[in-house]
Write a protein that binds this ligand. Structure first.
Ligand code: 5GP
Length: 185
């Protein structure tokens, strides 16, 4: 049996970079590719970073029950394709979902055995700096992401494990230890 692993944390906390390194070290883990109505950022590839879809296509996926969970985030919709995840789990793979708080709560309700990890920034000013230095989002989007970040951080206690991404290498080791110490879950 495989297992679901949920990784949540505010926008800009560095979840994506941590996950890329984790998958490099452990290619046996499967990172779910989400569907989104957000436009691709420079360098993002359809089918790799996300499946970029129209609003109407997203609504069809929801209506047809093809998403395991979904949520609205900063003006766009995001969701986890159900069939790919279920197939990987059937094949005994451990599947990682990198999703925001509302989605994490849906997964917790439907898959109580999922391991839930929350990544925290060293501080709020540091998070704001990281979000701004990405410099790919509009001022309004940055403001929405910051507001959302504060709300997400307040919910960190709901998660099984909390990891501060202060020192990248340490945070990565901590995620790794968590995943492999709990492999029997
Ligand atoms: P971004 O636009 O920065 O790529 O992602 C914005 C937020 O959406 C991040 O917190 C990310 O974890 C979350 N997200 C990405 N894919 C999904 C998904 O499939 N479901 C949910 N609920 N959140 C997602």
């Amino acid at each position: 049996m495989g297992a679901l692993i949920v990784l949540t944390g505010p926008s800009g906390v560095g979840k994506g970079t941590l996950l890329r390194s984790l998958i490099q070290r452990h290619p046996e883990l499967y990172l779910s590719v989400s569907v989104t109505t957000r436009s691709p950022r420079p360098g993002e590839i359809d089918g790799k970073n996300y499946y970029f879809v129209s609003r109407s296509a997203f609504e069809r996926l929801v209506a047809n029950g093809e998403l395991l969970e979904w949520a609205e985030f900063a003006g766009n919709f995001y969701g986890t394709p159900r069939y790919a995840v279920e197939a990987q789990i059937r094949h005994g793979k451990r599947v990682i979902l990198e999703i925001e708080l509302q989605g994490a709560r849906q997964i917790r309700k439907n898959f109580p055995d999922a391991l839930q990890i929350f990544i925290l920034p060293p501080s709020l000013p540091e998070l704001e700096y990281r979000i701004r230095s990405r410099a790919q989002d509009s001022e309004a989007a940055i403001a929405r992401r910051l507001q959302r970040a504060c709300a997400e951080i307040e919910a960190a206690d709901e998660f099984d494990i909390r990891i501060v991404n202060d020192d990248f290498a340490k945070a990565l080791d901590h995620i790794e230890e968590t995943l492999f110490a709990t492999a029997a879950r």
